[in-house]
Design a protein around this ligand. Structure first.
Ligand SMILES: [Ca+2]
Ligand SMILES: [Ca+2]
Length: 418
């Protein structure tokens, strides 16, 4: 405190009087000089004010685009986030991610923050102006799962059907919801951008009525070690395939709404958990595709497959019926929608879809919310793909791939309870 704090004779203006002149900031026991600000009232330290647009931060001013973080006083420092809770070294973690390495500025998906449809945050709509994450409620039903011998879903004339689709048996499926579209590369991209090998917690992604159907920690090592490895697998992991369609990942900058493919079962499972859902069981998938008790042979009903209803039969010897290089945008075959309003797109064809189930034979008796839960090996895929013949598009048809396998012909969609 100096004499100038009492400069105006007859009027006490110093901090001890409880007030400084308007143009001078109070700072503990002193009034700062004009043009200065108070850096720390405890120690009565004044420093020059910051230029316009820059944040004051203790003794310094933050650079443009930086914000002041930390507790009050001289211990404050500049960082890149406006919310201190999101700060991670020189990075800012987005919602749904948390800081796991402050030194390198690495944020990762936080499973406790798994959130319904966060993969669609800020994403443009898919076909028909519907959100790519739209979910459709599928009512509970008991339906004849598997292919019947002489009923409406018997093997259509001229097609070959596998014996693994039999015997047809009563299956009860509780109400659930199923994504209207196959998961797009745009949605999957948000997951990969936050990836740092943080596996789902044990039990995550389980069907609530099926014991042992959740994530197992022994699968943790099946997930990519880091984001760079993940991206490499998604782009090059299908290189040994003979299919001419390219991995969606390599086209992510051009097309956000093509179906994600070349993703293995573990990655599909982890994505669905992160997005607040789970993989559908085989029974749930067939219940949606066969329209439950209607027991339809195809998602759209009884009519045979046609190019207007599904992308299929796209093989090198199929002539010019379909483009062999590029994937098709999801939802471009509205005539092939399921009968559960407003209709699931591309259940049949485009990419085949991972289900929760391990490969197993059907029981002959009734099943109530059943699924085959196994540790390793192969998993059931459903719906056939661009590379399939018509038979694989049937609601009762079963495909398979090894759990760690990747194919440009296989993607997935997520289910939720209910
Ligand atoms: Ca059936
Ligand atoms: Ca499909």
């Amino acid at each position: 405190m100096g004499l100038d704090d009492y400069a105006e004779v007859g009027r006490c203006t110093g901090p001890l009087c409880g007030t400084c002149p308007a143009e001078r900031e109070t700072c503990g026991s002193v009034c700062c000089a004009v043009g200065n600000r108070c850096a720390d009232p405890k120690t009565a330290v004044c420093v020059p004010r910051c230029s316009e647009g820059l944040s004051a931060c203790g003794l310094t001013c933050c650079a443009r685009g930086q914000f002041c973080l930390g507790a009050e006083g001289l211990a404050r420092r500049c960082g890149p986030c406006d919310d201190p809770a999101k700060e991670c070294g020189q990075a800012c973690c987005s919602e749904g991610a948390s800081c796991i390495d402050r030194e390198r500025g690495v944020c990762a998906a936080t499973w406790s923050l798994a959130r319904e449809h966060q993969s669609c945050d800020g994403l443009a709509a898919c076909a028909e102006g519907r959100g790519c994450c739209e979910r459709i409620a599928v009512p509970a039903a008991t339906f004849p799962m598997g292919r019947g011998v002489d009923a409406g879903d018997a093997c259509p004339v001229g097609l070959l059907c596998e014996s693994s689709e039999t015997p047809e048996h009563p299956a009860r499926v509780s109400s659930f919801s199923l994504d209207a579209f196959e998961v797009t590369v745009g949605r999957f991209r948000r997951f990969v951008e936050r990836w740092n090998h943080t596996a789902p917690p044990p039990g995550a992604g389980a069907h609530p009525r099926i014991a042992g159907s959740g994530w197992r920690s022994l699968w943790d090592s099946r997930l990519p070690a880091d984001r760079a490895r993940f991206e490499s697998l998604l782009e090059k992991g299908c290189a040994t395939e003979r299919l001419p369609i390219r991995p969606a990942w390599g086209q992510r900058d051009l097309y956000g709404d093509i179906a994600m493919n070349c993703v293995n079962w573990y990655e599909a499972f982890a994505f669905c958990v992160w997005d607040g859902g789970r993989l559908p069981t085989e029974a749930e998938w067939e219940r949606a595709a066969a329209n439950g008790a209607a027991n339809d042979p195809f998602p759209w009903g009884a009519e045979r497959a046609a190019p207007s209803r599904a992308l299929f039969g796209c093989l090198p010897d199929a002539g010019l019926a379909c483009a062999l290089i590029d994937l098709t945008t999801v939802g471009t075959h509205p005539d092939g929608k399921s009968k559960t309003a407003p209709g699931h797109h591309d259940l049949a064809g485009n990419v085949s879809e991972w289900t929760l189930d391990a490969v197993d034979t059907y029981p002959s008796g009734a099943v109530d919310d059943g699924a085959s839960v196994g540790d390793e090996g192969a998993r059931i895929t459903r719906g056939g793909s661009f590379a399939s013949e018509e038979s694989a598009l049937r609601a009762a048809a079963r495909g398979l791939n090894v759990s760690s396998g990747r194919s440009t012909a296989t993607g997935f969609r997520c289910a939720r309870t209910p």
